[in-house]
Design a protein around this ligand. Structure first.
Ligand code: HGY
Ligand code: MN
Ligand code: MN
Length: 403
């Protein structure tokens, strides 16, 4: 918990926790994590895109690895457990193995992904996409709000964008990926449970929408003659909320930019985001189609230009039963009953499933609050989760792993 508190001091912003890809704060956080990995008896390195990778060899050096980990980047004004918990708990487990002088018939690696949230660039899962080898030129060309491309940011941070492919792992090197993460929802707490087994991760679509109306004088343009981009966006936001209120869906407009942004100027241009999710890909795709149709109708009626780009489209993915079984047994070893639940939040496992089988263990967080500085969890829950993770590792044998 002290280490999580320490990581929370590394922020891009002075008065809240925001740690984005390739920023100065991330460099300091990764230096801490490299040090803790080495203290735990691991070799530790930054890979070609800045992920922190720690390795604890098995009885035979060079053996395939059980991958643990999570992400080290945060959203804006974030909590300190989303992501970081899974990395720090993984290091704790390896430290316990080292203290007991245990070497397993496989290696254990802990990965701290450098970007999962996709806050700085309109690309998410950057770290895990690089690990499975799908970080492409389009991602490297993506620009942040300051107009800096990911390639330029990599160079500025001392990485070579031409070599991001070196971060990719081979299926033969990996046994499975298991992530410990706070639930970020209220289900475990409501059920009086500390731990849960994730059965599936909801699919999500992220859109970037641009409305082009006509800037004008707030005092002189008659209301009927206006092409107000922000009033148009307001109708679009409510259309998302209405459509996503259907069962099995959630929808959010989290970011909006209104230009030129002066009190006495009719907004000429608005950009906003859409984040729409469902455990059922058919439901999600139908909802996206409906929402895009509604945007087109609203924009046409108001004579406002509309441009929509899809910046992420990830299908729902199932965790492997053989890993769920092992995670369930590890939870029962801590005197808890097995409880399976879906994840509405996205996680790196949605990418890692392209490399190996995935499993996730959830731990309760206070009132399910997350993506909020009020995110909290108890020391006891952190301990029981870490003990369960250690038991999973010690009893792990590669099941029906993908060959
Ligand atoms: O958006 C998500 O669900 C995750 O926090 N990246
Ligand atoms: Mn998050
Ligand atoms: Mn997360």
């Amino acid at each position: 918990m002290r280490r999580l508190d320490r990581l929370a001091t590394h922020s891009d912003d002075p008065d809240r926790l925001t740690r984005t890809y390739l920023g100065a704060a991330q460099k300091k956080a990764h230096e801490d994590v490299l040090g803790w990995m080495r203290e735990a008896g691991m070799t530790a390195r930054l890979d070609a895109v800045g992920n922190v990778v720690g390795r604890y060899e098995g009885a035979q050096p060079g053996a395939p690895a059980l991958l643990l980990g999570s992400h080290l980047d945060t959203v804006r004004d974030a909590g300190r457990y989303d992501g970081m918990l899974g990395v720090i708990a993984g290091i704790e487990c390896v430290e316990a193995l080292g203290r007991a002088g245990k070497r397993l018939p496989f290696a254990v690696e802990v990965i701290g992904f450098a970007d999962e949230e996709g806050v700085r660039f309109p690309v998410n899962f950057i770290g895990s996409r690089a690990v499975i080898g799908t970080l492409d030129g389009a991602a490297l060309a993506a620009k942040d709000a300051a107009g800096t491309s990911m390639a330029e940011a990599l160079r500025a941070a001392g990485f070579d964008p031409a070599r991001v492919g070196q971060a990719a792992r081979k299926p033969s090197e990996v046994l499975a990926y298991v992530e410990l993460h706070i639930e970020q929802g209220p289900v475990l707490e409501a059920g009086g449970l500390a731990l849960g087994v994730v059965d599936a991760i909801a699919g999500s679509t992220r859109l970037s929408v641009e409305l082009t109306g006509e800037a004008g004088h707030a005092g002189t343009v008659p209301m009927k003659a206006r092409r107000d981009a922000l009033a148009t966006a307001a109708e679009c936001v409510l259309a998302v909320e209405r459509r996503a209120s259907a069962p099995g869906l959630v929808g959010t407009v989290g970011r909006i930019e209104c230009l030129p942004g002066a009190i006495n100027v009719i907004p000429g241009k608005v950009r906003f985001s859409v984040d729409l999710r469902s455990g059922d890909d058919g439901l999600r795709k139908a909802a996206i189609a409906d929402v895009e149709r509604e945007f087109a109708a609203i924009a046409a009626r108001r004579k406002v230009g509309l441009a929509i780009s899809t910046i992420h489209d990830g299908k729902a993915c199932a965790c492997s039963p053989w890993l769920m079984e092992r995670i369930g047994r590890a939870i029962e070893s801590q005197g808890q009953k097995r409880f399976d639940l879906p994840s509405g939040a996205g996680h790196d496992g949605m990418t890692m499933i392209g490399l190996c089988d995935i499993g996730m263990m959830f731990v309760r967080c206070k009132h399910g609050v997350s993506h909020n500085p009020a995110e909290a969890m108890t020391m006891d829950d952190a301990e029981i989760a870490t003990r369960a993770l250690l038991r999973l590792i010690e009893e792990f044998e590669p099941g029906s792993r993908r060959t």
